[in-house]
Design a protein. Structure first.
Length: 214
């Protein structure tokens, strides 16, 4: 078993200390930071994402795996910068204005990071103005909006409209999600995609990033 497979395996078990030890060992042995990231850390997180999608693991397992991944990435950061490795895309994410729920948003954020996407997390209760300002500042390929309440889901239409009004609509893909959201609702507000779970959101997000960067 290669050191990359070991990193992936321990990450899936949420063994943060072991992941850090193996990432450092791989760096010390002269392994490519890009390969450590992609073949070890991201590979492990993708497997967890697939299992989560199939209900083979649940939120606690995803969270401990993500914590292990983030610890490994933190060790790699400087080496990745020095070797010229860039992220696979950038996303701005937030729960819409009036809604304080963040579990779903946080899961999507973890899954996006697990695909190698840089995530700017605006938090909860995020106004359309804040989304527009974040697009201007960060130049993302994606905007991801979350809502858990039927009373706040209408805010997504305001966000899409605000992005249009700012002349930024052709620069970003807009994804929407949350318990009350449906494909029909997504289409009605003019968003680009809806997915039913965090792992599917990450799969769609990476497709959009590759499409927008190409």
């Amino acid at each position: 078993m290669s050191i990359f497979e070991d990193i992936s395996s321990y990450l899936q078990k949420g063994r943060m200390a072991k992941v850090k030890e193996l990432v450092q060992q791989a760096l010390d042995e002269g392994e490519s930071p890009k390969e450590i990231l992609e073949e070890g850390l991201l590979s492990g997180m993708n497997i967890i994402g697939g299992k989560f999608k199939n209900n083979e693991v649940f939120v606690p397992e995803v969270l401990v795996a993500a914590r292990a991944m983030n610890a490994g990435v933190a060790l790699l950061k400087q080496a990745l910068v020095e070797s010229g490795v860039t992220s696979k895309g950038r996303a701005v994410i937030g729960t819409v204005k009036g809604d304080m729920h963040d579990i779903g948003k946080n899961l999507v954020k973890l899954m996006l990071e697990g695909k190698g996407i840089e995530v700017i997390d605006l938090g909860v209760d995020v106004s359309s103005e804040k989304f527009v300002a974040a697009i201007c500042e960060n130049k993302p390929q994606l905007v991801c909006c979350s809502a858990l309440l039927t009373t706040t889901m209408g805010e997504m239409k305001n966000i899409v409209e605000a992005i249009k009004q700012a002349g930024l609509r052709d620069q970003v893909k807009i994804m929407v999600g949350g318990a009350p959201i449906t494909q029909k609702f997504c289409e009605s507000v003019g968003a680009d995609a809806y997915t039913a779970d965090a792992a599917s959101a990450a799969d769609r997000a990476i497709e959009f990033c590759l499409e927008m960067i190409a």
